[in-house]
Design a protein. Structure first.
Length: 368
């Protein structure tokens, strides 16, 4: 699922050799930041950027000293990292990469490219044996790939073995949310959670609390306007705002938002949201077993079938119901332009203020 959208992956060849190669990529990129390895610089980062923190400043500075000392043998080394183009990773590129370089003395170059390009670079590296990047921030969906193909160093092995001297002693791996998604069947941690896409229900609380709208809704539907507890209530609310309320303060409003343009993002719109939320998957943590949220039947971390005839659930009654509702609601209750939007284009729309609610949407857009 996309709930753990981005994680770290270390290349086995690069880490074992302790070297890195120059990256040749298409898309946005950054030049390596000037490395300094200076504790005074580290203190400036603590003071100016690394706050608020659960640590005291003294505790933070103790960690900074560890980083400076542990990185000393690698001063001047070049490291190339890549991630997809979303705001979280833009911050990593512009701010954290600079901080890392200045604190450790290691030249870190962090590229941001499109999601599909990240996967293409990763596949090229695995298939050719030629180093493209030293570290990838990629979806936890790839945990099976990393486990089966053996091109990634299990982080749990590295942090307790070869990389023990460069692993922060105070690093609390168990404190990371979503660790189960990046732990393979062999019990090893292959990826470290970097960013979460929590899949939530969003709504305009101020509209839901307006007495005039509450009275009008209850008069029509016979129950209170509030956070829906089932699909039928969600549809009632969508219909109410789109077709009954229509306008608020002179602005056209809608009771639902989604996107429908043919695009890779549309595929996982179903797999990480609509299909699983409709009950398509079996129960299980972190994913349904034996049939996961994508409708794929998995045995020993290997996909064996997706259709019902092969033991999967992609065309199961729950999946068909979800797809039917997706199309129906997009046409009836969302803005007309929504059907021509991709994930990235649709993301900021609820933040513009004229969407009453949206199901299956991500925390990544809370700041918009």
């Amino acid at each position: 699922m996309k709930g753990d959208r981005s994680h770290m992956m270390l290349d086995r060849r690069t880490m074992l050799k302790g070297a890195s190669a120059a990256a040749i990529v298409a898309g946005a990129s950054t030049l390596p930041f000037k490395a300094r390895a200076d504790i005074a610089v580290a203190e400036k980062w603590v003071t100016d950027e690394f706050h608020p923190s659960t640590l005291t400043k003294d505790q933070q500075m103790a960690e900074m000293k560890f980083f400076v000392d542990a990185a000393a043998p690698f001063k001047g080394m070049d490291i190339n990292v890549v991630s997809e183009t979303i705001d979280t990773h833009v911050y990593e590129t512009k701010t954290l990469a600079k901080a890392f370089s200045e604190i450790t003395g290691i030249n870190l170059k962090h590229d941001i490219i499109q999601e599909g390009d990240v996967i293409e670079k990763l596949q090229t590296q695995m298939q050719s044996g030629k180093n493209v990047y030293d570290m990838y921030i990629n979806d936890s969906d790839l945990i099976g790939t990393h486990f089966r193909y053996g091109f990634a160093i299990p982080l749990s092995d590295f942090m307790t073995g070869e990389g023990k001297d460069v692993t922060l002693p105070t690093l609390d791996v168990d404190d990371f949310i979503g660790k189960s998604f990046t732990t393979a069947p062999d019990g090893k941690l292959y990826q470290l959670p970097d960013q979460q896409f929590a899949n939530l229900y969003w709504f305009r609380a101020d509209w839901f609390e307006r007495a005039d709208l509450k009275d009008k809704f209850k008069a029509k539907y016979g129950y209170e306007l509030g956070v829906p507890i089932n699909w039928s209530a969600y549809e009632d609310i969508a219909n109410f705002f789109t077709n009954d309320v229509k306008e608020i303060d002179g602005v056209k409003v809608y009771g639902h938002m989604d996107y429908g343009k043919k695009d890779p993002s549309l595929g996982w719109r179903f797999t990480d949201a609509w299909l699983s939320m409709a009950g398509e998957a079996d129960k299980g943590i972190p994913n349904g077993l034996p049939v996961d949220e994508w409708g794929i039947r998995v045995e020993n971390c290997r996909p064996v079938g997706a259709s019902v005839s092969r033991g999967g659930g992609v065309n199961s009654p729950a999946a068909v119901y979800a797809l039917t509702k997706y199309i129906e609601w997009l046409k009836k209750y969302a803005p007309p332009e929504a059907s021509g939007m991709t994930f990235s284009e649709a993301g900021p729309v609820p933040g513009q203020g004229n969407i009453a609610q949206q199901i299956f949407w991500y925390t990544a857009f809370t700041a918009r």
